[in-house]
Ligand binder design. Structure first.
Ligand SMILES: [Zn+2]
Length: 396
Protein backbone atom coordinates (compact mmCIF):
# COMPACT_ATOMS: atom_id res chain seq x y z
CA UNK A 1 0.00 0.00 0.00
CA UNK A 2 2.74 2.42 0.97
CA UNK A 3 5.02 3.18 -1.95
CA UNK A 4 8.51 4.58 -2.06
CA UNK A 5 7.55 8.04 -3.29
CA UNK A 6 5.23 8.43 -0.37
CA UNK A 7 7.80 7.28 2.19
CA UNK A 8 10.22 9.92 0.88
CA UNK A 9 7.71 12.75 1.09
CA UNK A 10 6.80 11.50 4.55
CA UNK A 11 10.42 11.73 5.64
CA UNK A 12 10.64 15.30 4.37
CA UNK A 13 7.50 16.27 6.22
CA UNK A 14 8.80 14.68 9.42
CA UNK A 15 11.89 16.88 9.21
CA UNK A 16 9.64 19.89 8.87
CA UNK A 17 7.59 18.90 11.91
CA UNK A 18 10.72 18.30 13.96
CA UNK A 19 11.96 21.75 13.07
CA UNK A 20 8.72 23.31 14.27
CA UNK A 21 8.85 21.36 17.52
CA UNK A 22 12.55 21.15 18.39
CA UNK A 23 11.94 19.63 21.82
CA UNK A 24 10.39 16.54 20.36
CA UNK A 25 12.85 13.65 20.50
CA UNK A 26 13.69 11.32 17.66
CA UNK A 27 10.47 9.54 18.51
CA UNK A 28 11.59 5.94 18.41
CA UNK A 29 8.12 5.15 19.72
CA UNK A 30 5.79 7.47 17.84
CA UNK A 31 2.55 8.46 19.52
CA UNK A 32 0.75 8.01 16.20
CA UNK A 33 0.91 5.56 13.35
CA UNK A 34 0.12 8.13 10.68
CA UNK A 35 -0.29 11.88 10.37
CA UNK A 36 -2.15 13.56 7.50
CA UNK A 37 -0.40 16.90 7.56
CA UNK A 38 -1.49 20.39 6.65
CA UNK A 39 -4.62 19.76 4.56
CA UNK A 40 -7.88 21.68 4.55
CA UNK A 41 -9.98 19.41 6.72
CA UNK A 42 -13.68 19.45 5.82
CA UNK A 43 -15.74 17.27 8.13
CA UNK A 44 -19.43 18.21 7.90
CA UNK A 45 -20.27 15.78 10.73
CA UNK A 46 -18.37 18.10 13.07
CA UNK A 47 -18.73 21.35 11.14
CA UNK A 48 -15.00 21.64 10.63
CA UNK A 49 -13.53 23.51 7.67
CA UNK A 50 -9.98 24.55 8.57
CA UNK A 51 -6.33 23.68 7.96
CA UNK A 52 -5.60 20.86 10.38
CA UNK A 53 -3.50 17.80 10.93
CA UNK A 54 -5.25 14.48 11.42
CA UNK A 55 -3.48 11.77 13.37
CA UNK A 56 -4.21 8.07 13.40
CA UNK A 57 -3.40 5.51 16.08
CA UNK A 58 -4.47 1.85 16.08
CA UNK A 59 -6.60 2.34 12.98
CA UNK A 60 -8.66 5.12 14.53
CA UNK A 61 -8.70 8.91 14.39
CA UNK A 62 -6.61 10.10 17.32
CA UNK A 63 -6.49 13.91 16.95
CA UNK A 64 -7.68 16.66 14.64
CA UNK A 65 -5.77 19.84 15.46
CA UNK A 66 -3.36 22.40 14.06
CA UNK A 67 0.39 21.70 13.92
CA UNK A 68 0.56 18.35 15.66
CA UNK A 69 4.12 17.17 16.27
CA UNK A 70 4.40 14.06 14.17
CA UNK A 71 7.21 12.28 15.92
CA UNK A 72 8.22 9.24 13.93
CA UNK A 73 4.77 8.59 12.49
CA UNK A 74 4.24 7.93 8.81
CA UNK A 75 3.43 11.22 7.07
CA UNK A 76 0.98 12.10 4.35
CA UNK A 77 1.68 15.59 3.04
CA UNK A 78 -1.79 17.02 2.37
CA UNK A 79 -0.80 20.67 2.01
CA UNK A 80 -2.95 22.30 -0.66
CA UNK A 81 -5.41 19.38 -0.59
CA UNK A 82 -8.73 18.59 1.03
CA UNK A 83 -8.87 16.03 3.83
CA UNK A 84 -12.37 14.62 4.29
CA UNK A 85 -13.93 11.50 5.80
CA UNK A 86 -13.64 8.42 3.56
CA UNK A 87 -16.25 8.47 0.79
CA UNK A 88 -19.24 6.13 0.99
CA UNK A 89 -20.83 5.10 -2.30
CA UNK A 90 -24.24 3.51 -1.74
CA UNK A 91 -24.98 2.48 -5.34
CA UNK A 92 -22.19 0.68 -7.15
CA UNK A 93 -21.62 -2.57 -9.01
CA UNK A 94 -18.17 -3.00 -7.48
CA UNK A 95 -18.86 -6.62 -6.51
CA UNK A 96 -19.27 -7.68 -10.14
CA UNK A 97 -15.50 -7.51 -10.52
CA UNK A 98 -12.76 -9.03 -8.41
CA UNK A 99 -10.59 -5.96 -8.99
CA UNK A 100 -13.46 -3.55 -8.24
CA UNK A 101 -12.77 -2.88 -4.54
CA UNK A 102 -9.10 -1.95 -5.08
CA UNK A 103 -10.03 0.32 -8.00
CA UNK A 104 -12.61 2.34 -6.05
CA UNK A 105 -10.32 2.51 -3.02
CA UNK A 106 -7.99 4.68 -5.11
CA UNK A 107 -10.94 7.03 -5.73
CA UNK A 108 -11.27 7.68 -1.99
CA UNK A 109 -14.09 5.17 -1.47
CA UNK A 110 -13.83 3.49 1.94
CA UNK A 111 -17.32 2.01 1.97
CA UNK A 112 -19.67 0.78 -0.73
CA UNK A 113 -22.86 -1.06 -1.49
CA UNK A 114 -23.24 -3.30 -4.51
CA UNK A 115 -26.79 -2.43 -5.53
CA UNK A 116 -28.42 -5.52 -6.95
CA UNK A 117 -25.87 -6.92 -9.38
CA UNK A 118 -27.04 -10.40 -8.43
CA UNK A 119 -30.22 -12.07 -7.24
CA UNK A 120 -30.91 -15.24 -5.29
CA UNK A 121 -29.32 -17.60 -7.82
CA UNK A 122 -25.80 -16.12 -7.72
CA UNK A 123 -25.76 -13.77 -4.75
CA UNK A 124 -22.80 -15.67 -3.28
CA UNK A 125 -20.63 -14.44 -6.20
CA UNK A 126 -21.03 -10.80 -5.24
CA UNK A 127 -20.88 -11.58 -1.52
CA UNK A 128 -17.47 -13.23 -2.02
CA UNK A 129 -16.13 -9.99 -3.55
CA UNK A 130 -17.72 -7.84 -0.84
CA UNK A 131 -16.28 -10.03 1.92
CA UNK A 132 -12.78 -9.98 0.49
CA UNK A 133 -12.89 -6.19 -0.10
CA UNK A 134 -10.62 -4.03 2.06
CA UNK A 135 -13.51 -1.58 2.62
CA UNK A 136 -16.78 -1.89 4.50
CA UNK A 137 -18.90 -3.49 1.79
CA UNK A 138 -22.30 -5.08 1.54
CA UNK A 139 -24.63 -6.15 -1.25
CA UNK A 140 -28.26 -5.55 -2.07
CA UNK A 141 -29.95 -8.63 -3.45
CA UNK A 142 -31.84 -8.10 -6.70
CA UNK A 143 -35.43 -9.28 -6.36
CA UNK A 144 -34.95 -10.77 -9.83
CA UNK A 145 -33.41 -14.11 -9.01
CA UNK A 146 -31.02 -14.05 -12.00
CA UNK A 147 -29.75 -10.52 -11.18
CA UNK A 148 -29.24 -7.91 -13.90
CA UNK A 149 -30.35 -9.28 -17.26
CA UNK A 150 -30.11 -7.56 -20.66
CA UNK A 151 -33.67 -8.66 -21.41
CA UNK A 152 -34.92 -7.16 -18.11
CA UNK A 153 -34.46 -8.57 -14.59
CA UNK A 154 -38.16 -9.15 -13.90
CA UNK A 155 -39.76 -8.88 -17.33
CA UNK A 156 -40.68 -12.48 -16.52
CA UNK A 157 -42.55 -11.96 -13.26
CA UNK A 158 -41.65 -15.48 -12.08
CA UNK A 159 -38.11 -14.23 -11.56
CA UNK A 160 -39.35 -11.96 -8.75
CA UNK A 161 -39.36 -15.03 -6.56
CA UNK A 162 -40.15 -14.15 -2.94
CA UNK A 163 -39.21 -17.53 -1.48
CA UNK A 164 -35.92 -17.82 -3.39
CA UNK A 165 -34.98 -14.31 -2.29
CA UNK A 166 -35.87 -15.00 1.34
CA UNK A 167 -33.83 -18.21 1.33
CA UNK A 168 -30.80 -16.40 -0.14
CA UNK A 169 -30.99 -13.66 2.49
CA UNK A 170 -31.43 -16.30 5.20
CA UNK A 171 -28.15 -17.92 4.08
CA UNK A 172 -26.36 -14.56 4.05
CA UNK A 173 -27.76 -12.32 6.75
CA UNK A 174 -24.32 -10.84 7.45
CA UNK A 175 -23.70 -9.69 3.87
CA UNK A 176 -27.06 -8.62 2.46
CA UNK A 177 -27.92 -5.03 3.43
CA UNK A 178 -31.19 -4.71 1.56
CA UNK A 179 -33.27 -5.65 -1.48
CA UNK A 180 -33.06 -3.91 -4.87
CA UNK A 181 -35.89 -3.50 -7.34
CA UNK A 182 -35.08 -2.14 -10.80
CA UNK A 183 -38.32 -0.79 -12.16
CA UNK A 184 -37.82 0.86 -15.56
CA UNK A 185 -40.00 -0.31 -18.44
CA UNK A 186 -37.02 -2.08 -20.06
CA UNK A 187 -36.26 -3.92 -16.79
CA UNK A 188 -39.61 -4.78 -15.18
CA UNK A 189 -42.03 -3.75 -17.93
CA UNK A 190 -45.65 -3.77 -16.78
CA UNK A 191 -44.66 -5.82 -13.69
CA UNK A 192 -43.09 -2.85 -11.89
CA UNK A 193 -45.74 -2.42 -9.19
CA UNK A 194 -46.03 -6.13 -8.40
CA UNK A 195 -42.23 -6.48 -8.40
CA UNK A 196 -41.94 -3.69 -5.84
CA UNK A 197 -44.73 -5.14 -3.73
CA UNK A 198 -42.88 -8.48 -3.59
CA UNK A 199 -39.58 -6.72 -2.89
CA UNK A 200 -41.11 -4.96 0.09
CA UNK A 201 -42.63 -8.23 1.28
CA UNK A 202 -39.18 -9.84 1.38
CA UNK A 203 -37.43 -6.79 2.88
CA UNK A 204 -39.89 -6.21 5.70
CA UNK A 205 -39.66 -9.83 6.83
CA UNK A 206 -35.95 -9.22 7.53
CA UNK A 207 -36.36 -5.59 8.58
CA UNK A 208 -34.16 -4.52 5.65
CA UNK A 209 -34.39 -1.44 3.43
CA UNK A 210 -35.46 -1.48 -0.22
CA UNK A 211 -33.67 0.47 -2.90
CA UNK A 212 -35.66 1.25 -6.03
CA UNK A 213 -34.22 2.18 -9.39
CA UNK A 214 -36.77 4.75 -10.58
CA UNK A 215 -37.38 6.43 -13.92
CA UNK A 216 -39.16 5.56 -17.17
CA UNK A 217 -41.53 3.22 -15.37
CA UNK A 218 -44.90 2.15 -16.70
CA UNK A 219 -46.67 2.67 -13.36
CA UNK A 220 -46.77 6.33 -12.22
CA UNK A 221 -43.91 7.07 -9.79
CA UNK A 222 -46.26 8.33 -7.08
CA UNK A 223 -48.01 4.99 -6.89
CA UNK A 224 -44.68 3.16 -6.61
CA UNK A 225 -43.23 5.55 -4.04
CA UNK A 226 -46.22 5.08 -1.77
CA UNK A 227 -44.95 1.51 -1.22
CA UNK A 228 -41.71 2.78 0.34
CA UNK A 229 -41.08 2.83 4.07
CA UNK A 230 -38.75 5.05 6.14
CA UNK A 231 -35.12 4.12 5.44
CA UNK A 232 -35.77 2.94 1.89
CA UNK A 233 -33.76 4.53 -0.91
CA UNK A 234 -34.83 5.97 -4.27
CA UNK A 235 -31.89 5.90 -6.67
CA UNK A 236 -31.64 7.65 -10.06
CA UNK A 237 -33.66 10.53 -8.56
CA UNK A 238 -32.83 12.78 -11.55
CA UNK A 239 -34.20 10.36 -14.13
CA UNK A 240 -35.87 12.25 -17.01
CA UNK A 241 -39.55 11.68 -17.89
CA UNK A 242 -41.67 9.68 -18.17
CA UNK A 243 -42.27 9.39 -14.44
CA UNK A 244 -39.60 11.70 -13.07
CA UNK A 245 -39.88 13.24 -9.59
CA UNK A 246 -41.24 16.51 -11.03
CA UNK A 247 -44.41 17.10 -13.01
CA UNK A 248 -44.77 19.05 -16.26
CA UNK A 249 -45.17 22.32 -14.38
CA UNK A 250 -41.85 21.82 -12.60
CA UNK A 251 -43.30 20.87 -9.22
CA UNK A 252 -42.01 17.95 -7.13
CA UNK A 253 -44.82 15.41 -7.14
CA UNK A 254 -46.62 15.19 -3.77
CA UNK A 255 -45.79 11.50 -3.17
CA UNK A 256 -42.07 12.31 -3.47
CA UNK A 257 -42.30 15.20 -1.02
CA UNK A 258 -44.27 12.97 1.37
CA UNK A 259 -41.70 10.18 1.04
CA UNK A 260 -38.88 12.54 1.98
CA UNK A 261 -40.87 13.72 5.01
CA UNK A 262 -41.29 10.14 6.23
CA UNK A 263 -37.59 9.36 5.89
CA UNK A 264 -37.10 7.86 2.41
CA UNK A 265 -33.64 8.73 1.04
CA UNK A 266 -33.13 10.26 -2.41
CA UNK A 267 -29.90 9.24 -4.13
CA UNK A 268 -28.23 10.34 -7.38
CA UNK A 269 -27.09 7.05 -8.97
CA UNK A 270 -25.10 8.77 -11.75
CA UNK A 271 -24.91 5.77 -14.05
CA UNK A 272 -24.34 5.72 -17.77
CA UNK A 273 -27.65 5.48 -19.62
CA UNK A 274 -31.03 7.07 -19.09
CA UNK A 275 -30.65 8.28 -15.50
CA UNK A 276 -29.42 11.89 -15.76
CA UNK A 277 -30.21 14.66 -18.22
CA UNK A 278 -29.16 18.24 -17.54
CA UNK A 279 -32.53 19.82 -18.46
CA UNK A 280 -34.43 17.62 -15.96
CA UNK A 281 -31.73 18.25 -13.36
CA UNK A 282 -32.12 22.03 -13.89
CA UNK A 283 -35.83 21.80 -13.15
CA UNK A 284 -35.29 19.72 -10.01
CA UNK A 285 -32.61 22.16 -8.82
CA UNK A 286 -35.03 25.02 -9.47
CA UNK A 287 -37.60 23.23 -7.31
CA UNK A 288 -34.89 23.18 -4.62
CA UNK A 289 -35.00 19.40 -4.19
CA UNK A 290 -31.44 18.18 -3.51
CA UNK A 291 -30.07 14.66 -3.08
CA UNK A 292 -29.51 13.12 0.34
CA UNK A 293 -26.65 11.06 -1.06
CA UNK A 294 -24.56 10.83 -4.22
CA UNK A 295 -23.59 7.56 -5.81
CA UNK A 296 -21.85 6.52 -8.97
CA UNK A 297 -23.63 3.33 -10.10
CA UNK A 298 -19.99 2.35 -10.69
CA UNK A 299 -18.75 -0.31 -13.12
CA UNK A 300 -15.15 -1.06 -14.16
CA UNK A 301 -15.67 0.98 -17.34
CA UNK A 302 -16.51 4.11 -15.28
CA UNK A 303 -13.40 5.95 -16.48
CA UNK A 304 -14.55 5.70 -20.10
CA UNK A 305 -17.97 7.20 -19.31
CA UNK A 306 -19.38 10.35 -17.74
CA UNK A 307 -19.03 8.71 -14.31
CA UNK A 308 -15.19 8.60 -14.23
CA UNK A 309 -15.01 8.28 -10.42
CA UNK A 310 -16.88 9.27 -7.27
CA UNK A 311 -15.11 12.66 -6.85
CA UNK A 312 -16.08 13.50 -10.46
CA UNK A 313 -19.75 12.73 -9.73
CA UNK A 314 -19.51 14.98 -6.66
CA UNK A 315 -17.98 17.77 -8.77
CA UNK A 316 -21.14 18.00 -10.89
CA UNK A 317 -22.93 19.36 -7.83
CA UNK A 318 -20.32 22.06 -7.32
CA UNK A 319 -21.20 23.11 -10.86
CA UNK A 320 -24.90 23.06 -9.97
CA UNK A 321 -24.25 25.48 -7.10
CA UNK A 322 -24.07 23.24 -4.05
CA UNK A 323 -21.56 24.52 -1.47
CA UNK A 324 -18.43 22.36 -1.05
CA UNK A 325 -19.16 21.30 2.54
CA UNK A 326 -22.63 20.11 1.51
CA UNK A 327 -21.17 18.15 -1.37
CA UNK A 328 -18.78 16.46 1.08
CA UNK A 329 -21.65 15.81 3.54
CA UNK A 330 -23.62 13.84 0.97
CA UNK A 331 -20.69 11.56 0.24
CA UNK A 332 -19.78 11.03 3.90
CA UNK A 333 -21.98 11.67 6.94
CA UNK A 334 -25.28 11.45 5.05
CA UNK A 335 -24.31 8.25 3.26
CA UNK A 336 -23.23 6.71 6.57
CA UNK A 337 -26.81 7.00 7.83
CA UNK A 338 -28.35 4.90 5.07
CA UNK A 339 -27.08 1.40 5.91
CA UNK A 340 -26.10 0.13 9.38
CA UNK A 341 -22.75 -1.19 8.09
CA UNK A 342 -21.57 2.43 7.88
CA UNK A 343 -22.63 3.42 11.39
CA UNK A 344 -19.93 5.51 13.09
CA UNK A 345 -18.24 6.23 9.76
CA UNK A 346 -18.38 9.22 7.42
CA UNK A 347 -16.73 11.31 10.15
CA UNK A 348 -13.30 12.31 11.40
CA UNK A 349 -14.49 12.31 15.01
CA UNK A 350 -11.83 11.18 17.48
CA UNK A 351 -12.20 7.44 17.97
CA UNK A 352 -13.88 6.82 14.62
CA UNK A 353 -12.31 4.30 12.21
CA UNK A 354 -9.49 6.08 10.37
CA UNK A 355 -11.12 6.24 6.92
CA UNK A 356 -9.98 9.40 5.15
CA UNK A 357 -10.11 10.66 1.57
CA UNK A 358 -7.47 13.11 0.42
CA UNK A 359 -8.85 15.06 -2.54
CA UNK A 360 -7.57 17.78 -4.80
CA UNK A 361 -9.91 20.66 -5.62
CA UNK A 362 -8.72 21.92 -8.98
CA UNK A 363 -9.84 25.14 -10.67
CA UNK A 364 -10.23 25.39 -14.45
CA UNK A 365 -12.74 24.40 -17.12
CA UNK A 366 -14.07 20.87 -16.81
CA UNK A 367 -16.65 19.17 -19.01
CA UNK A 368 -19.31 17.12 -17.29
CA UNK A 369 -21.51 14.67 -19.19
CA UNK A 370 -25.05 13.64 -18.42
CA UNK A 371 -26.26 10.20 -19.62
CA UNK A 372 -27.25 11.60 -23.03
CA UNK A 373 -23.83 12.94 -24.00
CA UNK A 374 -24.84 16.53 -23.24
CA UNK A 375 -21.88 18.52 -22.00
CA UNK A 376 -21.81 21.17 -19.29
CA UNK A 377 -18.72 23.10 -18.29
CA UNK A 378 -17.92 23.59 -14.63
CA UNK A 379 -15.02 25.50 -13.10
CA UNK A 380 -13.99 23.20 -10.29
CA UNK A 381 -13.25 19.53 -10.11
CA UNK A 382 -12.50 17.19 -7.24
CA UNK A 383 -9.86 14.59 -7.96
CA UNK A 384 -8.75 11.68 -5.81
CA UNK A 385 -5.26 12.08 -4.31
CA UNK A 386 -5.06 9.34 -1.69
CA UNK A 387 -7.05 7.20 0.70
CA UNK A 388 -6.55 6.14 4.29
CA UNK A 389 -8.50 3.02 5.14
CA UNK A 390 -8.42 1.80 8.74
CA UNK A 391 -5.20 3.80 9.13
CA UNK A 392 -3.48 2.41 6.00
CA UNK A 393 -2.57 4.83 3.23
CA UNK A 394 -3.00 4.19 -0.51
CA UNK A 395 -2.05 6.71 -3.19
CA UNK A 396 -4.57 7.51 -5.93
ZN1 LIG B 1 -27.08 0.28 -10.65
Amino acid sequence: MLNRRHVLSGAAATTFATAVFPHRGSAATPAYDLVVKGGRVIDPSRRIDAVRDVTVANGRIATVAADIPAGGAQMVDARGKLVVPGLIDIHTHTARFREGPELVLKDGVTGWIDAGSQGADHIEDTIAVAKSAPQQARVLINIGRAGILPEGDTMDLNRADVEACRAAIGRNRDAVAGVKARLSRDVAGPNDYEVLRRTQQVATSFNLPVMIHMGQTITPLGKLIDLLKPGDVVTHMYAPPPNSIIDDSGKIIPEVAAARRRGVWFDVGNGQTGHMRWDTIDQIVKANFWPDTFSTDWNTNAHMTGVIDFPNCMSKFLMLGMPLDQVIARATVNAAKTFPVFRGRGTLAVGAPADIAVLELRNGDFDYLDNFNNKRTGHQRLLPAGTVLGGKYTMA
